[in-house]
Write a protein that binds this ligand. Structure first.
Ligand SMILES: [Zn+2]
Length: 158
């Protein structure tokens, strides 16, 4: 993912217009528009400001993270959405719903996880820039989730 995509994804996730996003950062709407079009990249100081303002990491903004929970597929945008490792540090691979202190919170089946994701369908659609019905989203998730790290391992033959 590139910085322009990360910024667009973040803004969608926050459900802010370009104007509202710009106001929070004390920049112009045009500046935000140029970032999202890839015409310019925010300088380091601005990246740090975006990270601090919206509780995301600079690595996320630079497009260096996988950015998706490897259990439920939720997009990992905010630091507070991330699960924690044994030592209390933030996980870059799993969300807080799935993973706490280095372990999966619940033994869930893929089907149960799909139903959990569907409870928040509006949010999921918005963040992904999609407009799927529940049934379409269910089908998409059921084919997509098995490719994530948590489920790949389980499906490996002994
Ligand atoms: Zn998750």
């Amino acid at each position: 993912m590139e910085t322009k995509d990360a910024i667009l994804e973040l803004r969608r996730y926050l459900n802010l217009s370009q104007n509202e996003f710009a106001e929070r950062l004390f920049v112009t709407r045009q500046a935000v528009s140029r970032w999202e079009n890839g015409d310019t990249i925010p300088d380091t100081g601005t990246l740090k400001l975006i990270a601090k303002t919206f509780d995301v990491s600079v690595d996320y903004l630079l497009g260096l993270l996988i950015g998706q929970c490897q259990s439920c597929g939720m997009i990992l945008v905010k630091n507070s959405d991330k699960g924690t490792e044994c030592d209390g540090s933030k996980s870059e691979e799993y969300c807080t719903f799935c993973y706490q202190k280095g372990e999966f919170v619940q033994e869930l089946s893929i089907e149960e996880l799909v139903e959990h994701n569907l409870m928040d369908l509006d949010n999921w659609n918005r963040t992904n820039g999609l407009n799927l019905t529940k049934q379409e989203a269910r089908t998409a998730l059921l084919s997509f989730l098995p490719s994530l790290k948590r489920w790949k391992k389980e499906n490996k033959p002994e």
